[in-house]
Ligand binder design. Structure first.
Ligand SMILES: [Zn+2]
Length: 580
C-alpha cells in the first residue's frame, strides 16, 4: 500500500516542509468528492446519516472549511466528517508518503481555485431535433485556499489537517460553496432514498423535514433538481416504480406534502431507530472517564494558562506546578512507591488541569515507579467523548540518563494505541541517547526524544533549556506533576521563577517519616541569614472533597535569566544524537 501511495509528484523528503512550493493544480482529482453522484450502486449514506448526524456537524464543517488551526481527527472521525466538506475541497494529486511509509499526505485546493469555465459558443451542427444544451458559466480562480491532510498509520493512527500557507483565507464563505456544489453525502442520501423506490420530489420533501439537520449538513441550497440528478441513471431503469413516501401525498401546487396524522412520521422514525452506533451523537462514557463539575472549575480560572496562543517574550511556556501532598509535606511513603494521597475529586481536578495544558511533564523516576498513562481522562476530551485529541496534553518525560525502558506494554503507549493519549517526548541530557530500538518504538507511537546540549553544574539539565526546547516545539503551557526530585528542583531559588502558577492538593493524612518530602533549599540574604525559599501570592484555598487545594502565583514568574540561544539536538528524534 505504501508503495502504491508514494507515486505522488513530490519528493518524499519534502513532504510537510515545502508547503509554499506546491505543484500547480493541473489535474484535479475529484474522485473523493463527486464520483458516484449518479450511479446505480447502492450508496452507503442514507437518511439515517441525515437524521443522526455526527456530533457538532455544523461546527466541524466550519472548522474544516476555515482550517484556522491544526485539526486532528481519528481515522474514523475523518471518514465520517470529510464527505460533508468534499464540495469545498478538491484533491490535487495522490498521496505521498514520508520515509517511514506510515504518513500519507494529500493536498487539496478550494473548489474556487479552478479557472473560471466559460463555455465556447456551439458552432458544430447538432443532430436533428436535439435541443441546444445550455452550458453554465462556472466561476473560479477567485480563492487561493489550500490544505493538506496527513494520515498517520502506526502505533497511533489519525489525520492531521493543516492549512497550506499561513496567511491564506477563503475569499468567500462556506455557504457560497454550498450554493455552487452539493456534498457527496447529500447526493448519496438523496440517491439512496430514490433507490428505495421514492419519487425525487417526495425524497426532497422528506429531506427537508428536519431543516436544522439539513442545514448542518450543508444542504441549505439543496433543490429538487439535485435529487433528480443524483438518481438519474437509476431512475432511467426504474421509472415506473417510483412512489410517494407513506404518509405523504401529492398536493396540487405544493408538490409532495405530509398527510395529517402520524403515519409518515412513524415510518421514517421507524427506520431511524436502527441507528448505527458509530453515528450516535451521544456515545456512552468510556471506562475510566472522569467528570469535574463546572462549578468546581471556577476557582482555578485565574491560575490556568492564558488563552493567548503566544509564548511570552522570554520564550518560556506557562508553567503550572501541581502535586498532591500529605500534611507532613510528603509525596510518597517511600522513594519509588506509588502512593495515592488525594481523593477522587482532586484526581478529576488534575485531569481537568491536564486538559488545559499543552504538555504534562514528569521525571523518569515517576515514569518508572508509577507507569502512568499520562493522558487526560476528563469527559469531553479526545478519546473520552471528544474529537481527535482535543484536550489531550503531550506527555514529556525528563530522563537525563536514559533510564526509562519504554515498551509496548507501557501504559502511556497503550493509551496512544487506543486513541486516548499522545506519544510521549523524552528529554535527555548531553551524552545520553536512546537505545535505537526504543527510539523506533517511541517514534512509531508518535513520540520523539529531545536531546539537550545545555549543561548545569549542579544538575544535569537546566529548566530554561527544557522549557525553551518545549516552546520551540510549539508547547505554550506545561503542567509539571512530579515526582519529588523534579518538584524540589523546580522550587529551588534559582528555578522557582519559571513557575507561573502552583496548584497543590493537601490531603488529610500524615505519611510519616521516611517519605519523599517537598522541601527546597532555603534562600539566604547577603548576611547569610536564611530566608523563606518560596512564598506564593494571589493565593486561594479551596476545599475539594476531603482535600484542600492551594492555588497561587509567583511574583516575577518567568523573569528568566538573560535568554541565550538554546541548542537542541535531534529535535525530530532522528537518532543522530550519539553519546560521545
Ligand atoms: Zn475558497
Amino acid at each position: 500500500m505504501a508503495e502504491a501511495m508514494s507515486s505522488g509528484h513530490r519528493d518524499e523528503a519534502d513532504i510537510g516542509q515545502n508547503d509554499t512550493n506546491l505543484p500547480t493544480p493541473g489535474m484535479p482529482d475529484e474522485t473523493s468528492g463527486t464520483a458516484g453522484h449518479d450511479s446505480t450502486q447502492m450508496p452507503t449514506r442514507t437518511m439515517r446519516d441525515l437524521l443522526n448526524p455526527p456530533r457538532d456537524l455544523a461546527l466541524l464543517r466550519q472548522r474544516l472549511f476555515e482550517v484556522k488551526d491544526k485539526i486532528e481527527l481519528q481515522i474514523d472521525e475523518f471518514e465520517r466528517y470529510w464527505p460533508y466538506v468534499d464540495n469545498v475541497w478538491v484533491r490535487q494529486h495522490k498521496a505521498g508518503t514520508d520515509k517511514t511509509g506510515r504518513a500519507f499526505t494529500d493536498y487539496y485546493a478550494c473548489r474556487l481555485q479552478r479557472p473560471t469555465y466559460t463555455p465556447k459558443p456551439v458552432d458544430s451542427p447538432r443532430r436533428e431535433g436535439q435541443p441546444t444544451r445550455k452550458k453554465q458559466i462556472r466561476e473560479g480562480g477567485t480563492c487561493q485556499m489550500r490544505l493538506k491532510t496527513i494520515r498517520y498509520e502506526g502505533g497511533y493512527s489519525g489525520y492531521t489537517i493543516v492549512r497550506v500557507g499561513d496567511e491564506t483565507q477563503h475569499s468567500h464563505d462556506l455557504d457560497h460553496i454550498d450554493k455552487i456544489k452539493r456534498t457527496s453525502v447529500l447526493m448519496e442520501i438523496a440517491r439512496s432514498e430514490v433507490m428505495k423506490g421514492y419519487m425525487p420530489a417526495s425524497v426532497f420533501t422528506v429531506m427537508n423535514e428536519d431543516m436544522p439537520k439539513l442545514l448542518a449538513a450543508g444542504g441549505s441550497h439543496l433543490n429538487r433538481n439535485d435529487v433528480r440528478n443524483a438518481s438519474q441513471t437509476w431512475r432511467q431503469q426504474h421509472r415506473d416504480e417510483l412512489r410517494v413516501h407513506e404518509g405523504y401525498k401529492y398536493d396540487h401546487g405544493n408538490g409532495i406534502v405530509k398527510h395529517d396524522g402520524l403515519v409518515g412520521e412513524s415510518q421514517i422514525m421507524g427506520e431511524v431507530q436502527m441507528i448505527d452506533p458509530s453515528l450516535d451523537n451521544s456515545p456512552p462514557l468510556q471506562p475510566g472517564t472522569l467528570i469535574f463539575p463546572l462549578p468546581s472549575r471556577t476557582f482555578l480560572g485565574p491560575y490556568l494558562p492564558p488563552q493567548s496562543p503566544l509564548v511570552n517574550e522570554s520564550g518560556i511556556p506557562h508553567v503550572t506546578l501541581t502535586y498532591a501532598t500529605s500534611m507532613d509535606s510528603s509525596l510518597a511513603l517511600a522513594p519509588g512507591l506509588q502512593t495515592v494521597i488525594s481523593g477522587p475529586e482532586s484526581k478529576a481536578m488534575t485531569h481537568y488541569l491536564r486538559s488545559k495544558h499543552d504538555a504534562i511533564l514528569i521525571g523518569v523516576g515517576t515514569a518508572i515507579a508509577d507507569d502512568p498513562a499520562l493522558n487526560c481522562r476528563l469527559e469531553g476530551v479526545g478519546g473520552f467523548g471528544g474529537l481527535g485529541w482535543d484536550g489531550q496534553p503531550r506527555p514529556v518525560i525528563v530522563d537525563p540518563g536514559a533510564r526509562w525502558l519504554i515498551s509496548p506494554h507501557s501504559k502511556v503507549l497503550q493509551a496512544v494505541e487506543n486513541g486516548k493519549g499522545r506519544g510521549p517526548w523524552v528529554i535527555m541530557a548531553p551524552g545520553f541517547a536512546m537505545d535505537p530500538m526504543r527510539l523506533d518504538l517511541l517514534k512509531y507511537y508518535g513520540g520523539k526524544y529531545l536531546g539537550l546540549t545545555e549543561f548545569d553544574k549542579k544538575w544535569r539539565l537546566r529548566w530554561e533549556a527544557i522549557l525553551k526546547a518545549l516552546a520551540a516545539e510549539g508547547i505554550r503551557s506545561v503542567m509539571i506533576e512530579g515526582g519529588g526530585m523534579i518538584i524540589n528542583d523546580l522550587l529551588q531559588p534559582e528555578n522557582a521563577s519559571f513557575i507561573s502558577s502552583v496548584v497543590v492538593t493537601v490531603a488529610p493524612t500524615y505519611l510519616g517519616k521516611g517519605g519523599v518530602g517537598v522541601s527546597p533549599a532555603a534562600r539566604r540574604d547577603p548576611t547569610g541569614r536564611p530566608q523563606p525559599a518560596v512564598r506564593f501570592q494571589d493565593v486561594k484555598w479551596q476545599p475539594l472533597g476531603e482535600d484542600i487545594v492551594l492555588c497561587g502565583k509567583l511574583p516575577g514568574a518567568r523573569a528568566s535569566t538573560v535568554p541565550g540561544p538554546v541548542t537542541v539536538e535531534a529535535l525530530n528524534g532522528s537518532g543522530s544524537f550519539a553519546p560521545p
